[in-house]
Design a protein around this ligand. Structure first.
Ligand code: RBF
Length: 164
């Protein structure tokens, strides 16, 4: 959560699992492109910085956040990714049906996490104002895309663990 106590791009690099063999899908919404393109760049560069090969990052764009769930499902079905990150930006002041879009994505990603054996990572900014999104897309509170990338690596490593 981005509060004044938590910077979205802060993580302990020594605690990140080996990601060199990981394949990650990223689905990005075109709506609010100025924000979502920064989320995508943050996620992509953080994955690469932590060992994921650029050729093992599969990126697909969808029109808006509402389409993220279907895009994520397609990547899970039709590629061999180990996790899917969804990235979008919904701004309450500019979106009359803000609650419907946000709950659609939240419930959809939750359902995918239950249906598939790979993790789906929630990288949706749901802010009241454009400034709050700017702050979280490489601004003063870091980049939600960085946080989503680190979460993906950690969840893939958890999925790869032997629990016996
Ligand atoms: N998509 C977003 O990702 N973020 C938004 O803030 C957003 N606001 C929207 C506002 C209106 C009035 C409409 C009609 C759509 C909006 N969408 C937004 C697009 C939505 O996620 C989806 O792409 C479309 O509704 C088509 O299914």
């Amino acid at each position: 959560m981005a509060t004044k106590y938590h910077h979205l791009s802060d993580y302990d690099p020594t605690s990140i699992p080996d990601a060199s063999a990981m394949k990650v899908g990223i689905v990005v919404a075109e709506w609010n492109y100025d924000i979502t393109s920064k989320l995508m760049e943050g996620a992509r560069s953080t994955l690469i910085k932590n060992g994921v090969s650029p050729e093992n990052i599969l990126i697909r764009w969808v029109p808006g956040s509402f389409e993220l769930v279907y895009g994520a499902k397609l990547l899970a079905r039709k590629s061999e990714v180990d996790a899917v990150i969804v990235l979008g930006c919904v701004i309450r002041g500019e979106t009359p049906h803000f609650e419907y879009i946000c709950s659609g994505v939240t419930q959809g990603i939750t359902a995918l996490n239950l249906q598939f054996e790979i993790p789906f990572i929630f990288g949706l900014l749901t802010n009241n104002t454009m400034q709050q999104s700017i702050d979280r897309a490489g601004g003063v509170l870091g980049n939600k895309g960085d946080e989503a990338a680190i979460t993906a690596i950690r969840m893939i490593a958890l999925n790869n663990e032997n629990f016996r």
